[in-house]
Design a binder for this molecule. Sequence first.
Ligand SMILES: N[C@@H](CCC(=O)N[C@@H](CS)C(=O)NCC(=O)O)C(=O)O
Length: 216
Amino acid sequence: MALTLYYHPLSSFCWKTLIALYEADLPFEARLVNLGDPADRAAFQAVWPLAKFPVLRDDARGLTIPESTLIVAYLAQVYPAAASLVPADPDAARQACLLDRLFDSYIHHPFQQIVSERLRPAGHKDPYGVDQSRAKIGEGYDLLAPMVEGPWAMGEAFTLADCAALPALYYADYAVPLAPWPALVAYLERLKARPSIARVLTEAAPWFQYFPLKDG
Ligand SMILES: N[C@@H](CCC(=O)N[C@@H](CS)C(=O)NCC(=O)O)C(=O)O
């Protein structure tokens, strides 16, 4: 198969790319990486030295593409079925990219910081850093709630921005509940009902027991 996605079903950044692949109904081999297994990690590092997933391998073109945003943009550029994920209009494309960056930078990354803190050993905790990350997520919600046009981030078209929004909002809701931002609550519900996203969540469900923040 030409496309291989190195991923893990629980990985939030992998969700962004899975949503895009499912939206476009593109065939690909899903290669689950167990970073806890030294041999699996070493094999993945041979593909991408940073050993961060997702990574897309396109054998037909001899390309290895890391970074979730870049993977979605690549799919949109190369596969007609995925083209609408990045709007053709340059201004709309820029806005979709901006929303992707905002969801990643102000919600997704601070959420990752909170999870990392949860995994730190006793004596190395950073409650001040967690407070800062929570505050940043709240600022992200404030910023993004009025920017989401509805039904999708960019209006009628489902784009890269929505692929980025789902993992960010779905997971951050555990750390900073979305309830005070009803527009984002409603948006997240619409996202969850979208078939591509419902499929990602169904596939992740057996792994949620390993999610460190599932108890809040
Ligand atoms: N900026 C990267 C972030 C990728 C990332 O942080 N991936 C996480 C999983 S969600 C990972 O590989 N974690 C494993 C590790 O850090 O060892 C992207 O957008 O793809």
